[in-house]
Write a protein that binds this ligand. Structure first.
Ligand SMILES: NC(=O)c1ccc[n+]([C@@H]2O[C@H](COP(=O)([O-])OP(=O)(O)OC[C@H]3O[C@@H](n4cnc5c(N)ncnc54)[C@H](O)[C@@H]3O)[C@@H](O)[C@H]2O)c1
Ligand SMILES: O=c1ccn([C@@H]2O[C@H](COP(=O)(O)OP(=O)(O)O[C@H]3O[C@H](CO)[C@@H](O)[C@H](O)[C@H]3O)[C@@H](O)[C@H]2O)c(=O)[nH]1
Length: 335
């Protein structure tokens, strides 16, 4: 049986596809390439298209024997979602509605869904547990929460079993340096800082210095993208064995402020990083740190990369070897 990976040409999706390939799974990728890169997908059948393209989904579900979907495809930027909320409802909620409708039609009954720490909003407890209140502070988190609820009702009505993985901040890259993070424009903190180290940017703005955190900047829990890939495999394994819906946090359990991330990048790269204070970014909660005890207990998930410097070092290796990301020069170099 094959696994359909939506958004499999994106950052986390492509690392998960590579990981599943390594375990001998047959993978089919659907990606619009709005944000992803064809070159990031290796050893998988590839379909370029949209979640809302019902004819394409019919073709995929009838051509391949698909028993499960891993659903990454989404818009996923906190700040952008505050400015373009309808885009997020359309692509995330309506896009997933179309996918789920086709899964039900084609009797595909398992889905692993990319949810997010953004469903919690400003946490009442730190580290955050799955049963804590979900009060998103931005439309992105709202759309992911709406999808989680859509999947719950789809389970009740149609027996569609889901695992919702609420990941915290993905970072790092494939250990062998084959693929990595390449967003245009880049908005994520670690790649932005690494672009400064490469001499491609002058400075990083620290969004907010008056948060109720030890140094006033936002605190996040950075989790290695390959640890996330492993969690997707374990979630799928559980769905195949137990056919039971569930929700898990995925993080390291340690929070780093924006200023601490800058220091870690300075240490790894040996380059000076110019940082300037800037206003808060709309929609950002002050602190997001995971309790992942449930995933460890029920999925048997054992994250391998706990140290922020180690995670940054893997990202740095990719950025150093691929300073322009997946451009033609990069592809030639990597082959
Ligand atoms: N990066 C993080 O730190 C993080 C944390 C928590 C959750 N997530 C979630 O994980 C998933 C992947 O995140 P990422 O950082 O790899 O993002 P990404 O933008 O790199 O990947 C998303 C991929 O989905 C594709 N896509 C988007 N809309 C599509 C559509 N309608 N039809 C087909 N393809 C479409 C894009 O082209 C892209 O390749 C997202 O759902 C995101 O919300 C990410
Ligand atoms: O130039 C920058 C970029 C970011 N930040 C801050 O750095 C932190 C991390 O930001 P970023 O890397 O943009 O990630 P988040 O906004 O935390 O969101 C990521 O992590 C979420 C889970 O926590 C996911 O759901 C999102 O999809 C993913 O983009 C935040 O506090 C930002 O305010 C800055 O100060 N300056």
């Amino acid at each position: 049986m094959a696994i359909l990976v939506t958004g499999g040409a994106g950052y986390i999706g492509s690392h998960t596809v590579l990981y599943l390939n390594g375990l001998g799974e047959e993978v089919i990728v659907l990606d619009s390439l709005k944000k992803g890169h064809r070159e990031a997908v290796r050893n998988a059948a590839f379909y370029q298209g949209e979640l809302k393209d019902g004819d394409l989904l019919n073709e995929i579900f009838t051509t391949h024997q698909i028993d499960a979907v891993i659903h990454f495809a989404a818009d996923s930027l906190v700040g952008e979602s505050v400015e373009q909320p309808l885009q997020y409802y359309e692509n995330n909620v309506i896009g997933t509605y179309h996918l789920v409708k086709k899964m039900v039609e084609h009797q595909v009954k398992k889905i692993v869904f990319s949810s997010t720490a953004a469903v919690y909003g400003n946490p009442v407890n730190v580290p955050i547990k799955e049963e804590d209140p979900t009060v998103p502070t931005n439309p992105y988190g709202e759309t992911k929460l709406a999808i989680e609820k859509m999947l719950k009702w789809a389970d009740d009505a149609y027996g569609l079993k889901s695992v919702c993985l609420r990941y915290f901040n993905a970072a790092g890259a494939d250990l062998e340096g084959r693929i990595g993070e390449d967003h245009t424009p880049e908005s994520h903190l670690i790649p932005i800082i690494l672009q400064i180290a490469l001499g491609q940017r002058e400075q990083v703005s620290i969004f907010g210095n008056d948060y109720p955190t030890p140094d006033g900047s936002c605190v996040r829990d950075y989790i290695h993208v390959m640890d996330l890939a492993d969690a997707h495999y374990l979630a799928l394994k559980r769905l195949r064995a137990k056919e039971e819906s569930s929700t898990y946090n995925l993080g390291n359990g340690t929070g780093y402020s924006v200023k601490e991330v800058i220091k870690a990048c300075l240490k790894v790269t040996g380059e000076n990083i110019k940082a300037v204070s800037a206003p808060r970014r709309a929609g950002d909660p002050a602190i997001l740190v995971a309790s992942s005890e449930k995933a460890k207990k029920e999925l048997g998930w054992i994250p391998q990369y706990h140290e922020l410097e180690q995670i940054v070092a893997h990202a740095w290796k990719w950025h150093q070897n691929n300073p322009s990301g997946y451009n033609a020069e990069t592809i030639i170099k990597n082959i």
